[in-house]
Design a protein around this ligand. Structure first.
Ligand SMILES: C[S@@+](CC[C@H](N)C(=O)[O-])C[C@H]1O[C@@H](n2cnc3c(N)ncnc32)[C@H](O)[C@@H]1O
Length: 220
């Protein structure tokens, strides 16, 4: 079982350059891409998609792997107090990229995270990315309400664990969670927490054993 560093090209950059230009998440693409290729999650759910920088990274990994997997993007595509309110052009742009590049992989759920809970089976999500509203209260609620959806050995990604201003509180939740579950983290690009709250297996232990190497490779 080998972790591979892919250095892939992301096709959606050419499709819509605004995606790469506007996202604070973009520095996590190399790790997130390699993670999806390594773990081969069959069901990926993202809470908070906006332009799609993170979501289309997951889709690209699934597409390149040639596996049968589904990526769900959940967002109202109306914005919030941190990302700002925005208009229809962003949702239309996401639909266009999804239809053009990832038609058999991407499913867009234009609704609140709460409403989407009814559409996803308990224990069925192998990778959950939480990147919605960033107050401590909101991210704690998102994590607790979606945790039952996570499959055995599932992974949860939290963006913005390094941001301590503008009312962001992901870092406070992260400090608590990492005391109780196996994890690794990155501080660049506003920070990414990687949590394994549903147990470990050989693949996850391999990932955990590479923590130091990852710091050198992905943050360098
Ligand atoms: C920080 S942005 C997501 C950024 C994106 N992951 C990226 O890679 O750039 C947060 C998004 O979450 C959405 N959002 C926040 N709270 C939500 C909720 N409760 N239900 C649905 N969408 C929500 C907002 O509309 C916004 O588009």
């Amino acid at each position: 079982m080998r972790w591979k560093y892919y250095h892939t090209k992301f096709h959606y950059d050419a499709c819509n350059p605004s995606i790469k230009a506007t996202s604070a998440w973009i520095g996590h693409r190399p790790f997130a891409y390699d993670l999806v290729r390594f773990l081969k999650p069959q069901t990926i759910v993202e809470l908070g998609t906006h332009w799609g920088a993170s979501f289309f990274c997951f889709c690209q990994a699934v597409s390149n792997a040639g596996t049968q997997a589904t990526c769900f993007a959940v967002d109202t595509w109306r914005g919030d107090a941190h990302s700002g309110e925005y208009g229809e052009e962003i949702y239309n742009g996401v639909v266009e990229v999804a239809n053009r590049l990832y038609p058999d992989i991407a499913i867009l759920i234009r609704n609140t995270f709460d409403h989407a809970l009814d559409l996803i089976e308990d224990g069925s999500v192998h990778l959950l990315h939480i990147d919605g509203f960033h107050t401590l209260e909101a991210v704690t609620y998102d994590f607790q309400s979606w945790l039952p959806k996570l499959a055995e050995h599932g992974v949860v990604l939290f963006h913005d664990i390094a941001v301590k201003e503008h009312g962001f509180g992901v870092y406070q939740l992260w400090e608590e969670l990492k005391k109780h579950h196996p994890s690794l983290e990155f501080q660049h690009s506003s920070g990414l927490g990687v949590l394994f709250p549903k147990g470990t297996n050989k693949s996850i232990n391999k990932i955990l054993s590479l923590k130091e190497e990852f710091q050198a490779i992905y943050t360098g």
